[in-house]
Design a protein around this ligand. Structure first.
Ligand code: NAD
Ligand code: UDP
Ligand code: UDP
Length: 338
């Protein structure tokens, strides 16, 4: 059997082998599952900047090594190819659990949300680590309350095409709370609303990445349904700030982390046109099943208890994503041989 964490810590403390971080504080050992993905890699950048010891666990299902390549060779950084559906033994202080196929195109038939979360909670229990779950606004389903407050229980179809994601995350929240209450694990729950920014998967089917890639490729923007459904789009740096405040703070949550600025898909298409190509065409397509009609976070709780609120508007954030997409699309087309 492995020695308990307390024994390990006492030993390393005694031998004064616990390295000091940038500000002279004890360096934290942090695992970020899904750390090679879109949100995860931005989080890793901030943690590395802070001087922490970061282990990324990722199976590269939708993530890419390129997203964390700039940390390779740094002794504070480690990258492990691993599927969280399988158990893993690590010694860490904090677990940011992001691993999850997050796009509708990818998340079908994947047990990551339930089995992966269970394993990471088991790990948290064994080593006494603090555990942060990145849940989602999808737990509210097609909400009957607007905007959505954390106390709202949601309106989710348990047997629909999206339910493996929605219900998977709901189950993950349940597991986290059970480990919190039952095993005394320090748990933090974030309910993330639609987030965009550089390093987003180009072809994973989400609306912002679709519209941006389409406009850059001179293809029509595909609006599903009548385009009057709404979403609230948050820039990735705002989210990462919220996640870190939540992890370091004293509150379990759940906390909505999102930008309350609400847009219809037609309005989003218009912002993309203004930012990239005013002549981009719009093409209507049939909508997917169970598509939520409205979504907008009430962030009063995060404002009050975490002192957090987003600061980057869609019109400020979108151009930052566009230059990243432009570069990657251009590089891709060169690689593709054209
Ligand atoms: P992403 O697809 O870019 O990142 C997910 C990462 O997890 C990828 O690197 C992927 O390779 C990895 N992964 C997937 N399954 C894995 C497994 N079984 N084992 C190990 N690694 C695995 O997506 P993202 O947008 O960065 O999302 C990160 C987290 O935030 C997810 O949990 C997602 O559900 C949540 N979230 C994101 C949004 C958003 O708008 N981006 C909204 C709500 C919730
Ligand atoms: N687990 C893991 N790493 C650890 C400790 C546990 O991956 O360091 C996994 C373990 O294999 C199990 C899950 O986490 O599948 C839940 O662990 P827990 O100890 O809570 O449950 P038990 O093993 O007692 O059923
Ligand atoms: N959507 C769209 N065109 C696209 C992709 C998505 O109009 O090319 C719509 C989709 O029907 C949904 C909204 O945009 O109403 C947000 O979809 P996304 O998959 O990005 O996020 P989620 O539905 O998970 O909030």
């Amino acid at each position: 059997a492995l020695p308990s964490r307390r024994v390990l810590l006492e030993e390393t403390d005694k031998k004064r082998r616990v390295p000091l971080g940038i500000k002279g504080k004890k360096q934290k050992r942090i695992v970020v599952t899904g750390g090679a993905g879109f949100v995860g890699s931005h989080l890793v950048d901030r943690l590395m900047e802070r001087g922490d010891n970061v282990i990324v666990v990722d199976n590269f299902f939708t993530g890419r090594k390129e997203n964390v390549l700039h940390h390779m060779g740094n002794p504070n950084f480690e990258l492990i190819r691993h599927d969280v559906v399988e158990p893993i033994l690590l010694e860490v202080d904090q677990i940011y659990h992001l691993a999850c196929p997050a796009s509708p195109v990818h998340y079908k038939f994947n047990p990551t949300n339930v089995v992966g979360t269970l394993n990471m909670l088991g790990l948290a229990k064994r080593v006494g680590a603090r555990f942060l779950l990145t849940s989602t606004s999808e737990v509210y389903g097609d909400p009957l309350q607007h905007p959505q407050v954390e106390t709202y229980w949601g309106n989710v179809n348990p047997i629909g095409v999206r339910s493996c994601y929605d219900e998977g995350k709901r189950t993950a929240e349940t597991l986290a709370m059970d480990y919190h209450r039952g095993a005394g694990i320090e748990v933090r729950i974030a309910r993330i609303f639609n987030t965009y920014g550089p390093r987003m998967c180009i072809d994973d089917g989400r609306v912002v990445s679709n519209f941006v890639a389409q406009a850059l490729r001179k293809e029509p923007l595909t609006v599903y349904g009548d385009g009057k459904q709404t979403r609230s789009f948050q820039y990735v740096s705002d989210l990462v700030e919220g996640l870190m405040r939540l992890m370091e703070g004293e509150h379990v949550g759940p906390f909505n982390l999102g930008n309350p600025g609400e847009f219809t898909m037609l309005e989003l298409a218009q912002v993309v046109q203004e930012t990239i190509d005013p002549n981009a065409k719009i093409e209507f397509r049939p909508n997917t099943e169970d598509d939520p009609h409205k979504r907008k976070p009430d962030i009063s709780r995060a404002k009050e208890l975490l002192g957090w609120q987003p600061s980057v508007s869609l019109r400020e954030g979108l151009p930052l994503m566009v230059s990243d997409f432009r570069q990657r699309l251009f590089a891709d087309s060169k690689l593709g041989g054209g």
